[in-house]
Every structure is written in structure tokens, then in C-alpha cells.
Design a protein around this ligand. Structure first.
Ligand code: F6P
Length: 548
């Protein structure tokens, strides 16, 4: 078999004509503060704020001026981004190292136009998989789907890992306000204690297990699924499996071999990457939790963001602009990480979800031609919900030595309508980005200390510790309210940001060979631990093995 030819051309970031202009411009303006950029350009908000549906995005608090912004847009144009977007959406095999198209966008396409993969229109199969999923969810939610003793289902357990866990778990948590009576639990880790904890208190008669694995070969998921089946069969007769185990996979042979009734298999396709798969049948737990109508709205919101991404000129294109700013900090300022701070507890798992999306996609050191790249790629993503994060790691963002661009995501209206709490939340949301930008000068600190009870001779000694240098960049994404449609759009926004960065960095964002070596070695070391083999290892590894 031959390796698929690459579709997106090799286009080294630093060889784009705009790159040297951008670099020169960066050298010129790198010392200028964000506050000064505001002073120098009274119309700054004109090119740094975007109204789109329920979204208001403000990128004005960044260390960049109008000229720098324009050069970034030129970089996107020269990188062949427009062609790349077109290639992705039309189903070309852009994930050429795995010989796959990348079509999670087809799952939420607002248009019914055919999308061809290998000459075949995939839209009908998307609809038929959705139809099957929606009908099943309706049955379970209404109580018509009965367990083997005739009782309705009350608990769902999603067994999966990576994209088969993080997306569904994050969205179920995010949409808790919209959730029905079903309780959804997630088992991902191969650690036996994890599944024992998750199974605690479950009644097999009223529990439905959803095994989610695109490949159906993932060690963690298959081990957990096997142990759970054993647990189940230790309590109930074998024929009960049909009513209590369903699977989502591309691997129909392996799912059937596992003993899943073919009727209970929800197919997915290899043109959907694991970390982009919550829109597919992988989202079954989401659909069970909130019902098909809310699930459709999630898809609809993402579909609207897809159209925005496809149709909007780069300078007004939110995912493109956010991707370019990230490149600006990563490749010019040398920033190593980015923080994502959603100001709602509902989105507390968004940073962990985006860690897989962003770091599994763009943590690559070779370009599309297979040659090592001489510049930095993928950013390190971390974060937590505000305001909790303010009382945990914000000290380092405000006064540490590292530059950490941060995305602040907030919602204008709370879901439960508590105005008092919402005002306090939003006050913090906005105050933080202002504080990060403006900082606090020595003069301000001294003026405050003069009014304090601290002895005058100590005021000067304390002052340096209370100074904030400010000039810390942030993006603000302010959204009307947390609903399925807006959540869909927000997730799709980050998906497209990932792709834009991959295109400009000249990498393939859609494979993940970097996870394979650990899997291979784990299976070898398992043989050592089980005493089946005695493999050669380095001294450190041998000593560790002797300690187990
Ligand atoms: O090992 C990484 C990975 O392949 C992810 O990309 C994927 O989301 C996860 O494992 C789970 O894979 P599967 O759905 O095939 O079990």
C-alpha cells in the first residue's frame, strides 16, 4: 500500500514573505504596552472587536497594533488557508498520514449539499446514524426502553477514553441545566479503582452501558468494558446484555465479537477524528442526557460557526483571528502556554477537553513534508473556571515572570436568573482582564500605602511586592447565555482555531502518532509485570519493575 499524497502543500511558516515583515514589525513594537496601543489608535476597537450572533469577541487587550494585525492576516492568506479550509470542508484526504478525510463539520452541516468521500455522498449515512441515535434516545428517555426485568433506565455509564470520553463528559456537564432525569456517569481510566467507584450503587436492572471506542481496540476502554460485563453477568443472566449494553464504533466486527447486539451498535466513521467526535454517535451520552432536540441545537450552533469560518474574510473571522494571535505569542513572543478561563462552573471541564483537542492536534515537530520544523508549534493549554482560578493560579499570571495569554469566556445572563451572583461573577470576569492589562504602578501603590497604617519607613520596602506590571494579554469571549446552540458554536470556534494554526505551522493537525509509542511499550511492560516475558530495558525501568 502506498502512503497517501499530501493534499495541503508544504508551506514553511518562516518562508512566507509576510513572516519577515511580521518579525521586523514585532521587533519594532514589542516594548509598546497594550495601554499605549489604545492611546495611539482611538479606533482600535474597530478592528479588534467582533459581534457575531450571541457572541461578542474582544481582542483589543493584546500586545499588537493595527499594522501587526494586518500582517498576521497577510500571513494567513499566504499560508494557503483559504484553499485549506475548502479542502477540509469538501472532504479531501487532508489527514494524509492516516489516509482520511476530516469531516466532523459534515455532521452538523446546515446545508444538505452532498459531501463526497471516495465518490460516495456521506450525508445520507449521517442522517441514518442520527435517526437511529435519536430514536434510541427518545425511547430511553421516555422510559419505553426497558431493562431485562421490565424496568426503565435511570443510569447511563459511558465507557470510553480520550475523545470518546472528554467531549461527551464536558458537554453533559456543560448542559446540566438542560438535563433530564437520567444520571450519566463516565468511566475512562484503566485503573480498576475508577470503575469500582463509578459502579458504586448502580442497579444493573436500570443501568445502560454505552461503550464508546472509535477503534474498539483501546486498552483502557476494552478492559473496562470487559470488567463491567463480568460485574454485570455476576448479577444477571446473559440474555440481559441486549437491553443493557450498546456500543459506538467504526469497528463493527469487533463490537459484535464483544457480544453487542448488532441492533445496539451505533456506527461512526473514520473521517471523524476522536477529539472532534462529540457531534457524531460518540455524543450518544449527551443526547441521552439532554434529548435529541437539544443535541440538534448543539449541532446547529456548530454548523453556524462553520459557516462563519468558511465565509467570513479573515480579518473578521473569529477562529482565524484567535489562531493568528496565538501564533503571534507562540512564535514571536516565545509564549509557551495559553490559559482558558470559562467564567461558569458548567464549563469547568472545557480546559481539559481543549487540552486534547489542541495538544493532540498541534503537538507536532515535523512539517507536512516530514522534515523537522525549526520553530515552535502547539501551545500548552491549561485553565480552570473563574472565579475559582483567581484564588488559585492567577497570582502567577499577574505577577509571575511568564507571558501567558488568556481567553476569558463569560455569559451575560445566568441560567437560573440570580442577578446578585451574576453581577459579582461578571464584575470579576471584566475586572481581571482590565487588571491584567493596566497593572498597578509604583505611584499608585505608594499612594495606597500612604493611606495605610504601615509605618512610613516600611512603605517603600513593601511597594515592589504590590506592583503589577500589567500588559498581560487577554481575549474576551462574551456570550449571551449558556445554551446548547452557543456551546456548539464555542466548541466549533476552538476546533477551527486548531486547524488554522496547523495550516500556518505547516503540520497535519489530524493524526496523533505521538500516542502510539507509550501504548506499545505498555503492552511489553505488561508482559514483564505478568511474568510472561523478561524484556530488556534501561536500568531505571528495570529497577522500577523490580519495585512492583
Ligand atoms: O490514544 C489516543 C486516542 O487515539 C485518541 O485520539 C482517541 O480519542 C482515544 O485514543 C480513544 O480512542 P478510541 O475511541 O478508538 O477508543
Amino acid at each position: 500500500k502506498k502512503m497517501q499524497k499530501k493534499i495541503l502543500p508544504c508551506n514553511i511558516l518562516t518562508r512566507n514573505p509576510s513572516w519577515s515583515l511580521l518579525k521586523n514589525h514585532y521587533e519594532k513594537i514589542k516594548q509598546i504596552s497594550i495601554k499605549n496601543h489604545f492611546d495611539n489608535d482611538s479606533k482600535r476597537l474597530d478592528f479588534t472587536s467582533f459581534d457575531w450572533g450571541d457572541f461578542y469577541v474582544d481582542i483589543s487587550k493584546n500586545k499588537i497594533d493595527r499594522k501587526g494585525f494586518e500582517l498576521l492576516i497577510d500571513l494567513a492568506t499566504e499560508s494557503g488557508l483559504a484553499q485549506a479550509i475548502n479542502a477540509q470542508f469538501s472532504g479531501e484526504i487532508i489527514n494524509y498520514t492516516e489516509n482520511r478525510a476530516v469531516l466532523h463539520t459534515a455532521l452538523r452541516s446546515l446545508k444538505k449539499d452532498p459531501i463526497l468521500v471516495g465518490g460516495k455522498d456521506i450525508i445520507p449515512e449521517i442522517y441514518s446514524a442520527q435517526k437511529k441515535m435519536f430514536a434510541f434516545c427518545d425511547q430511553v428517555i421516555s422510559g419505553d426502553w426497558k431493562g431485562y426485568t421490565g424496568k426503565s433506565i435511570s443510569h447511563i455509564v459511558n465507557i470510553g477514553i480520550g475523545g470518546s470520553d472528554l467531549g461527551p463528559a464536558m458537554v453533559v456537564e456543560a448542559l446540566a441545566y438542560y438535563q433530564n432525569h437520567l444520571e450519566i456517569r463516565f468511566i475512562s481510566n484503566v485503573e480498576g479503582d475508577h470503575h469500582v467507584e463509578v459502579l458504586k450503587g448502580l442497579n444493573p436492572e436500570t443501568t445502560l452501558f454505552v461503550i464508546v471506542s472509535k477503534t474498539f481496540t483501546t486498552l483502557e476502554t476494552i478492559s473496562n468494558a470487559r470488567s463491567i460485563r463480568e460485574w454485570f453477568l455476576s448479577k444477571v443472566p446473559e440474555h440481559a446484555i441486549t437491553k443493557h449494553f450498546v456500543a459506538v464504533s467504526t469497528n463493527l466486527e469487533k463490537t459484535e465479537a464483544f457480544g453487542i447486539d448488532p441492533e445496539n451498535i451505533f456506527p461512526m466513521n473514520d473521517w471523524v477524528g476522536g477529539r472532534f467526535s462529540l457531534w457524531s454517535t460518540v455524543g450518544l451520552s449527551i443526547c441521552l442526557a439532554v434529548g435529541p432536540n437539544h443535541f440538534k441545537k448543539l449541532l446547529h450552533g456548530a454548523g453556524k460557526m462553520d459557516l462563519h469560518f468558511k465565509q467570513t474574510p479573515f480579518k473578521k473571522n473569529i477562529p482565524v483571528v484567535l489562531a493568528l494571535l496565538s501564533i503571534w505569542y507562540n512564535n514571536l513572543y516565545g509564549a509557551e502556554s495559553e490559559a482558558i478561563i470559562p467564567y461558569t462552573q458548567y464549563l469547568r471541564s472545557l480546559p481539559a477537553y481543549l487540552q486534547q483537542g489542541i495538544m493532540e492536534s498541534n503537538g507536532k515537530y515535523v512539517g507536512r513534508d516530514g522534515k523537522p520544523l525549526a520553530y515552535q508549534t502547539g501551545t500548552i493549554i491549561w485553565g480552570a473556571s473563574g472565579t475559582n482560578a483567581q484564588h488559585a493560579f492567577f497570582q502567577l499570571i499577574h505577577q509571575g515572570t511568564k507571558l501567558i495569554p488568556a481567553d476569558f469566556i463569560g455569559f451575560k445572563r445566568s441560567l437560573n436568573g440570580n442577578k446578585d451572583h451574576q453581577n459579582k461573577l461578571l464584575a470579576n470576569f471584566i475586572a481581571q482582564t482590565e487588571a491584567l492589562m493596566t497593572g498597578k504602578s509604583e505611584a499608585q501603590v505608594m499612594a495606597e500605602l500612604k493611606n495605610s497604617s504601615l509605618a512610613e519607613k516600611h512603605q517603600k520596602d513593601l511597594a515592589p511586592f504590590k506592583i503589577f506590571l500589567g500588559d498581560k494579554p487577554t481575549n474576551t469571549i462574551l456570550i449571551e447565555q449558556l445554551n446548547p446552540e452557543n456551546l456548539g458554536a464555542l466548541i466549533a470556534l476552538y476546533e477551527h482555531k486548531i486547524f488554522v494554526q496547523g495550516v500556518i505551522w505547516n503540520i497535519n493537525s489530524y493524526d496523533q502518532w505521538g500516542v502510539e509509542l507509550g501504548k506499545q511499550l505498555a503492552s511489553k511492560i505488561l508482559s514483564d509485570i505478568e511474568g510472561k516475558e523478561r524484556n530488556l530495558h534501561d536500568p531505571s525501568t528495570l529497577k522500577l519493575l523490580s519495585k512492583i
